[in-house]
Ligand binder design. Structure first.
Ligand SMILES: *[C@@H]1O[C@H](CO)[C@@H](O)[C@H](O)[C@H]1NC(C)=O
Ligand SMILES: *[C@@H]1O[C@H](CO)[C@@H](O)[C@H](O)[C@H]1NC(C)=O
Ligand SMILES: *[C@@H]1O[C@H](CO)[C@@H](O)[C@H](O)[C@H]1NC(C)=O
Ligand SMILES: *[C@@H]1O[C@H](CO)[C@@H](O)[C@H](O)[C@H]1NC(C)=O
Ligand SMILES: *[C@@H]1O[C@H](CO)[C@@H](O)[C@H](O)[C@H]1NC(C)=O
Ligand SMILES: *[C@@H]1O[C@H](CO)[C@@H](O)[C@H](O)[C@H]1NC(C)=O
Ligand SMILES: *[C@@H]1O[C@H](CO)[C@@H](O)[C@H](O)[C@H]1NC(C)=O
Ligand SMILES: *[C@@H]1O[C@H](CO)[C@@H](O)[C@H](O)[C@H]1NC(C)=O
Ligand SMILES: *[C@@H]1O[C@H](CO)[C@@H](O)[C@H](O)[C@H]1NC(C)=O
Ligand SMILES: *[C@@H]1O[C@H](CO)[C@@H](O)[C@H](O)[C@H]1NC(C)=O
Ligand SMILES: *[C@@H]1O[C@H](CO)[C@@H](O)[C@H](O)[C@H]1NC(C)=O
Length: 667
């Protein structure tokens, strides 16, 4: 008895409402008040008077010097603090912290390499409204402490934050998502929405970038932060982190951009960020390690150079903006020329610029760098074909094939089941192995895929997947690529286990976290110490590069893959793992894409919707036990079985855009 796949068409149903709004963490208005009291100290009364639910009474009274209340907004937010005071004299201090670890009435958490940031001080000269000066926007904090710095009694009638992220969106439209995700696992749902929100929080007014006045100064222990530097043109910019760096980094965008595509589709902020990098391209084609003003340090990064090229390809893939592609193509080719000049007589790039995501040992015939180059060359092949530039497409294909032919035998360690970092070491990096899979350097048919997935999984500790190439580090950035590698190896259970362990149990639910945005990095011990940094208080708790699960869940668990410009061609291939139902989707300029499925041990029911005029293929995971030799009899189609540990997949080819239901019944 073989599994049966039946197919039905259903009529389109227009739904205007944004689905699953209860999970969206973005505020419904830019005026945000605290939701609870975290701590209080000294002589004071009525601290509840400033809470969102109860505000509007006589106000909080801080009776004496050093009386303080720490308010909790319940999630990470960012913006300008506003105070309404009924006292006419005195001095009040305000401090901020993303993590509960750095809550203090004397200092904020940190933005620089050493010390803590100074409090924001308001010297009171009359009763009334006080607001933070524009450069004293605080990019991210969950906790806000008000402290009486003088001896006069202070009465604070109201306190609110003017939320500043996503500055170009209407004040009441911050929850206007174009994408959604829901499953039977509540923690997974929260992870998806926290990733979406993290990418909103790191999208800032480009005139409020970090001045970097104190970055790199390890003797400055009283840092007076200033967000007063213009980093891109336009009204909004995608940056790395909300508290810091508040700068454009192309590497971070490799994770953030697909995440934005499946949630808010805020592509203008991506465009402004990419434009700022390409405006700094050198005559040689070389792109900066990061945007202004960091570029002034003159640092070169081979991998971040490639990530900027990937950024352009991603922008085109999701937007389908052919005018943008054509305009960028000459600069893109010039950039690729600089990159391919690093290829030596072996056919591999010999990396001589060590800067990367702050790992060590980025040099020589490095596996991560060569896998990213292989991947970028293949993106270039697609762009060149779209541009009708067949000579360049052939050139890039030849270079990519050579990298694959040389790197795999040179750097593969069969007894370990992982690639080594370069030919002078046995260290098996997380980044290079994840990228070897993500890039397709390891072909989909190779047993190396499952081997890498298993070996990476075997190294996990209680807090997640380690990155030995950065010493004692867990990198939510590189782990986002590892997640994709597990899915590509057909090991969805493993991928979901990593999402739960790292992003759910630790990065959301640990009490030191914000329960709303994802941290930049931490120690394998679970300490909030990130090996590349001297100053633990400096770690960002809202980093776009840590949002990998959001796009991975939609792309692999929902299974919706955009293959060419804005989804002109697509594939929908759900990988259920241990979930029993998923409903996800998003919109591109071509229209809405969705995948909704439920399964039992015996049936898999998949409803999909794709825009008219597009086409794709559908891969239906077969339920129950199956035996690939029995599938050959399935009606009318040639079934195939995907690699790895996964179950059989029944493929339906040449599906035209529209609405369909597929029901597969197993044994
Ligand atoms: C102010 O209060 C904090 C607790 O909020 C305490 O740690 C600190 O020592 C106090 N400072 C002074 C000068 O009393
Ligand atoms: C507040 O007053 C103190 C003492 O006069 C002064 O040192 C400080 O610069 C003032 N701060 C602000 C923000 O005006
Ligand atoms: C929400 O976004 C949609 C497009 O995704 C747009 O048509 C609509 O006007 C937006 N709503 C608001 C209130 O901005
Ligand atoms: C570092 O900070 C200290 C203390 O604020 C200051 O004296 C010094 O000039 C700063 N160094 C640099 C290089 O900016
Ligand atoms: C930003 O503010 C800092 C500290 O006040 C100051 O040193 C710097 O010159 C300012 N930068 C700009 C571009 O205004
Ligand atoms: C090769 O890899 C090892 C381990 O990461 C590293 O210590 C070494 O510096 C690398 N070699 C070069 C030339 O970067
Ligand atoms: C890479 O280039 C550097 C600088 O030219 C050279 O010293 C090094 O030996 C090269 N590495 C390899 C693996 O060829
Ligand atoms: C092909 O690649 C080589 C090496 O990067 C370069 O010199 C040449 O100009 C390229 N040719 C084309 C048609 O892009
Ligand atoms: C974390 O946030 C969720 C909502 O996203 C909430 O249901 C949960 O109670 C919060 N957890 C804690 C410990 O506050
Ligand atoms: C499949 O069967 C097992 C064993 O009877 C059961 O524990 C599990 O809940 C079932 N799964 C689904 C999705 O029904
Ligand atoms: C699959 O089915 C074929 C044909 O009935 C049979 O020969 C083979 O033993 C089956 N394989 C498994 C693993 O059940």
């Amino acid at each position: 008895m073989h599994p049966l796949v039946s197919l039905a068409l259903f009529a389109a149903t227009a739904t205007a409402a944004i689905p699953y709004q209860q999970y969206i963490l973005a505020p419904s208005s830019r005026t945000v008040r605290p939701v609870s009291i975290f701590r209080q100290h000294g002589s004071l009364s009525s601290p509840n008077a400033l809470l969102d639910a109860t505000h509007g009474g006589d106000g909080l009274v801080l009776n004496a010097f050093n009386s303080s209340v720490t308010y909790d907004f319940g999630k990470n937010i960012g913006g300008w603090v506003n105070l309404d005071l009924s006292s006419a004299s005195g001095s009040i201090g305000v401090t901020f912290s993303e993590s509960s670890m750095w809550v203090s009435s004397e200092a904020c958490d940190a933005t620089a390499d050493a010390g803590l940031d100074t409090p924001l001080v308001f010297n009171i000269t009359q009763a009334g409204h006080y607001e933070a000066p524009s450069e004293k926007e605080r990019g991210a904090f969950r906790y806000l402490t008000v402290v009486n710095l003088g001896t006069d009694k202070i009465t604070l009638k109201d306190l609110w934050v003017h939320f500043t992220a996503m500055p170009h969106w209407d004040d009441d439209a911050l929850r206007n998502y174009s994408g959604w995700f829901n499953s039977n696992d509540e923690q997974i749902n929260r992870v998806w929405y926290a990733g979406a929100y993290t990418n909103q929080l790191v999208t800032i007014d480009p005139t409020r970038g970090d001045s970097l006045v104190s970055l790199g100064n390890v003797t400055d222990t009283t840092v007076n932060w200033a967000l007063n530097t213009t980093i891109t043109s336009g009204r909004s910019a995608l940056t790395d982190g909300a508290k810091r760096d508040r700068l454009v980094w192309s590497g971070d965008m490799a994770i953030a951009v697909p995440g934005i595509a499946v949630t808010t589709f805020d592509f203008i902020s991506i465009r402004n960020a990419l434009d700022s990098l390409f405006a700094l391209q050198a005559m040689s084609g070389q792109l900066p390690y990061a945007g202004f003003p960091f570029n002034e340090r003159g640092l070169v990064s081979f991998t971040y150079h490639l990530y900027a090229l990937i950024g352009v390809a991603n922008f085109y893939l999701w937007s389908g903006d052919a005018a943008f592609r054509a305009a960028e193509w000459p600069a893109w080719k010039l950039g690729m020329e600089w990159a391919t000049q690093q290829i030596d007589s072996t056919g591999l790039a010999n990396v001589t610029s060590p800067n990367d995501w702050l790992r060590f040992g980025m040099g020589g015939h490095n596996i991560e760098a060569n896998a990213i180059l292989f991947y970028t060359l293949n993106l270039g092949v697609a762009l060149a074909r779209d541009e009708g530039d067949t000579a360049t497409a052939a050139n890039y294909t030849a270079l990519a094939n050579k990298i694959q032919a040389v790197a795999v035998p040179l750097l593969w360690q069969p007894t370990v089941g992982l690639f080594r970092d370069n030919e002078t070491t046995t260290l098996a990096p997380q980044d290079g192995n994840a990228w070897a899979v993500k890039s397709g350097l390891v072909p989909a048919s190779s047993s190396q895929l499952a081997s890498i997935s298993r070996a990476l999984e075997a190294r996990w500790g209680p807090y997640g997947a380690p990155a030995p190439e950065a010493a004692d580090a867990i990198s939510p950035f590189i782990s986002g690529f590892e997640l994709e590698a597990h899915f590509m190896a057909g090991r969805a259970d493993t991928a979901l286990a990593l999402v739960r362990r790292m992003w759910g149990d630790f990065m959301l639910d640990d009490p030191r976290m914000t329960n709303s945005t994802f941290i930049e990095g931490y120690s394998v011990t679970g300490a909030l110490h990130y090996a590349p940094y001297k100053n633990d208080a400096r770690i960002s708790h809202a980093h776009g590069w840590a949002t990998g699960p959001t796009s991975a869940l939609t792309t692999f668990v929902g299974g919706i893959q955009i293959l060419t410009d804005a989804g002109a061609t697509w594939a929908i291939v759900p990988q259920p793992g241990d979930l029993t139902r998923v409903d996800t989707g998003f919109s591109t300029p071509k229209g809405k894409f969705s995948s909704k499925w439920t399964r039992t041990n015996h049936t898999f029911t998949l409803s999909i919707s794709t825009p008219k005029g597009t086409s794709g293929r559908v891969g239906i995971p077969l339920p129950g036990t199956h035996n690939s030799s029995l599938l050959t009899g399935a009606p009318g189609k040639a079934p195939t079985v995907v690699h790895g540990d996964s179950a059989g997949v029944y493929w339906v080819e040449n599906v035209k855009g529209g609405n369909y239901v597929f029901v597969a019944a197993g044994l």
